[in-house]
Design a protein around this ligand. Sequence first.
Ligand code: HEC
Length: 142
Amino acid sequence: MANGGPMEAVKVCKNVAQPLTESVSAKREGIAIGRTSLKVRNPKNKPDETDRKILESWQSSKDEGQGIPDFEVVRLDQETVRFYKPIVLQEVCLNCHGSNEKLKPELKTLLDECYPADQARDYQVGDLRGVFRVDMDRDLID
Ligand code: HEC
């Protein structure tokens, strides 16, 4: 964003975000990091059943005026524990996740090309955009 503006940043997001999270996961055996949302831009980030439960429950908590929890830890199975942290939409995110009217035309074209099934627009500041998710083998935390 700082060096090339949103256009460069989108290319970085597309070319780097996935390999980067994959390499972080691979680097430390027993840890897998991801981002997900009820409305994803990249279908690769789509929520699994557990993600969806957390996302829906945090969204209703927010809708009911009770705010969003700081984090939540879920036991996935005997071996795996999953940690969730909310991702809240900020002003700068509107450059790429705001309404179509707010997107720069060339950026909109690029997003349309790279993400034909994009659902991650029309957000407003303060919205629950999604969650960070870290899966850890229990051996690491015992
Ligand atoms: C320069 C454009 C740009 C900006 C600014 C931007 N994003 Fe994104 N965002 C993207 C792109 C492109 C993807 C898809 C990345 C991929 O292919 O995995 C994405 C994906 C995501 C995802 C993963 C889920 C999904 O929809 O696939 C989350 C969560 C997210 N962004 C949150 C944010 C938040 C919060 C901010 C502000 C702090 C932000 N983004 C700012 C372009 C942007």
